[in-house]
Design a protein around this ligand. Structure first.
Ligand code: MG
Length: 299
C-alpha cells in the first residue's frame, strides 16, 4: 500500500527558524530532498517580504528550481497577490491556510474562520479558471493553544465552508501536537462519515512524541497521505524548545518497517537533514536521524 508524503521543511520548517538560510542553500537543500524520491514538496510561500524574512526570497528561489521540481511543488499563498506570484513563477499548485479555532485565526490573521475562508474566494475562482490545484491547511484540528480541545464538529463546520473551493486535499493540522490517537479517531470518524478518506492528509506535530501514534491511527482509519518535515524542522512556535513537525525520517522509518510503500529513500532524507542541520547549526530532534546518522556518515 502506497502512502503519500508531503515534505514541508522548506516552507513550514524554515519559516520557524530564525537563522536566515541563503537562496543557494535552500536550493541545494530542496535538490537534496528531491533526490530522495519525494513526489510532493512545499517549497516556499509568497507572503509580504517583511512578514516572514526567511521566505522573502521566494521569487529568486523559484527561478532556480527545475520544472520537474516545480511540477511536484506547492507554495503557500495568503492572498491574490501571492497567488499571482505563484502563477507567474510557474507553479501548478497552491496551498491556503485556515484553522478550526476562531481564536487561532483571530490571533494569526485577525479574521474569523468564516472571514478567512471568504478572503480566499477570489483565489479559488481564479484557480479554477487557471487550472491550479488547491490544497487547504486547517490548523488546530485537535487542540488550540488558546481554546484547548477542539470539538470535531467545529472541524467539520470549517470543512463544510470549503465546498466551493474544490480542494484536492485538506491537510488536518494538530498544530500544537497535543492530540493522542483517541482524539484523532473521534475526529476522523466524524469527517469520514461525510467525506472520502482520500480528501485528507494528516499533519501531525511531535511536541509530545505522539505524531507517529496519530499517523498509525489515521492509516488504520483510511488516511494515506501525511505531511512531514526533514529533521523535524520547524520547532513549535507555541511551546519554546519543543519539537515541531513530525520528522520525515521518523515517518519513513515507521512506514518502511511497517511494510508500506513510500518511494522515498530514508538515507537521502537523513543526508538532507544533515546538510540543513549544519547550516542552521542546530540539533536534530528526530530519533531516527540520531540512530542512523553515525552509520550514514561512516559511508
Ligand atoms: Mg506544521
Amino acid at each position: 500500500m502506497k502512502i503519500k508524503i508531503t515534505e514541508v521543511s522548506p516552507r513550514d520548517g524554515l519559516q520557524n527558524e530564525s537563522k536566515i538560510v541563503s537562496t543557494e542553500e535552500k536550493l541545494l537543500f530542496i535538490n537534496k530532498l528531491m533526490e530522495s524520491g519525494l513526489e510532493h514538496i512545499e517549497v516556499t510561500s509568497f507572503v509580504r517580504k517583511d512578514r516572514i524574512p526567511q521566505l522573502s526570497d521566494s521569487n529568486e528561489l523559484s527561478q532556480l528550481l527545475t520544472d520537474d521540481i516545480k511540477s511536484k511543488s506547492s507554495v503557500l499563498v495568503p492572498n491574490l497577490i501571492g497567488y499571482e506570484n505563484a502563477l507567474k513563477n510557474g507553479y501548478k499548485e497552491i496551498a491556503i491556510f485556515t484553522a478550526a479555532s476562531d481564536s487561532f485565526t483571530k490571533k494569526n490573521i485577525n479574521m474569523s474562520i468564516k472571514e478567512s475562508i471568504k478572503s480566499f474566494e477570489d483565489i479559488s475562482k481564479r484557480a479554477l479558471i487557471d487550472g491550479i490545484r488547491i490544497r487547504v491547511y486547517i490548523s488546530t484540528v485537535l487542540y488550540c493553544p488558546y481554546e484547548g480541545y477542539i470539538n470535531p464538529s467545529k472541524v467539520l463546520e470549517t470543512i463544510n465552508l470549503l465546498e466551493n473551493f474544490l480542494p484536492y486535499e485538506i491537510s488536518l493540522g494538530d498544530t500544537i501536537g497535543a492530540g493522542v490517537p483517541s482524539d484523532t479517531e473521534k475526529l476522523l470518524n466524524l469527517l469520514l462519515n461525510k467525506y472520502p478518506s482520500n480528501l485528507f492528509a494528516g499533519h501531525f506535530h511531535d511536541t509530545y512524541g505522539m505524531a507517529i501514534a496519530n499517523v498509525a491511527k489515521s492509516i488504520e482509519l483510511g488516511i494515506r497521505s501525511f505531511d512531514s518535515s526533514s529533521g523535524g524542522l520547524g520547532g513549535c512556535p507555541y511551546a519554546k524548545g519543543a519539537s515541531g513537525n513530525l520528522a520525515t525520517e521518523d515517518l519513513l522509518y515507521f512506514l518502511i518497517k511497517s511494510g508500506y510503500e513510500t518511494g522515498v529513500s530514508l538515507e537521502k532524507i537523513i543526508s538532507a537533514s544533515n546538510y540543513i542541520r549544519k547550516i542552521l547549526n542546530k540539533d536534530i530532534s528526530s530519533k531516527t536521524f540520531q540512530a542512523l546518522i553515525p552509520k550514514i556518515e561512516e559511508n
